[in-house]
Design a protein around this ligand. Structure first.
Ligand SMILES: N[C@@H](CCC(=O)N[C@@H](CS)C(=O)NCC(=O)O)C(=O)O
Length: 206
């Protein structure tokens, strides 16, 4: 398998899952500063020009964080990355979907790419502020979800890998203060050997 990633981007969650699984894979850095995601070679692989992109051993290409994470979990049932009981599975998928489709796509996207939401530059500060509000609401909800728990669905799952990437982005990149239970989850994640290896491989270990 080959994971295409950008250091510290949302692909870091999939990188963590590959490290948790422990099977051989290759990690290929895509340089966002050089716009490599728009280069012909990468576009042929993923016309969306996004990471994470996972090329499977059979050559098939998977995109979209939830699809890749769920596929990896289902292909490696012995690793327990997705609860098998319907309630636990729903809890994990519910959180992963919220992190990706609301916190990232609605929150961070407004903060990083205001021009995608408002063509007029004068509106960009308001768009960024709205993005921050969405993120803060999401972090507060995650704080409640984590009350009395180490991981979102009880045990480590794909949802924690998703939450980790927004925690990393919020804390390390945006210098946002994480609510107590989320900050504790972030520290717990950073203590996992798979996460340590991922941060080292991406060249962003503290
Ligand atoms: N919905 C996608 C979002 C992927 C995404 O937005 N990736 C960002 C990095 S966090 C990216 O590749 N950005 C490059 C670009 O838009 O040019 C997913 O779930 O994988």
């Amino acid at each position: 398998m080959k994971l295409y990633y950008m250091p510290g981007a949302c692909s870091i969650g999939i990188h963590v899952l590959l490290e948790e699984i422990g099977k051989p894979y290759e990690a290929q850095k895509i340089d966002g500063a050089k716009q490599e995601q728009y280069g012909a070679e990468f576009v042929k692989l993923n016309p969306k020009s996004k990471v994470p992109t996972l090329q499977r051993d059979d050559g098939a290409v998977l995109t979209e964080f939830p699809a890749i994470a769920t596929w990896l979990a289902r292909k490696n049932p012995d690793k327990g990355l997705l609860p098998t009981d319907p309630d636990g599975e729903a809890k994990a998928l519910e959180a992963m979907d919220y992190v990706v489709s609301t916190m990232h796509m609605q929150g961070f996207s407004r903060m990083f790419r205001p021009a995608n939401f408002a063509p007029t530059e004068a509106d960009h500060d308001a768009v960024k502020a709205r993005g921050k509000e969405i993120m803060e609401k999401g972090l507060a909800l995650m704080h409640k979800t984590l009350e009395g728990k180490e991981y979102i669905a009880g045990k480590f799952s794909v949802a924690d890998a998703a939450l980790f990437y927004v925690e990393f982005c919020a804390a390390a990149r945006m210098k946002m203060t994480l609510p107590k239970n989320v900050a504790a989850h972030y520290e717990r994640m950073k203590a996992r050997p798979a996460v340590k290896r991922t941060l080292e491989q991406e060249g962003i270990a503290a």
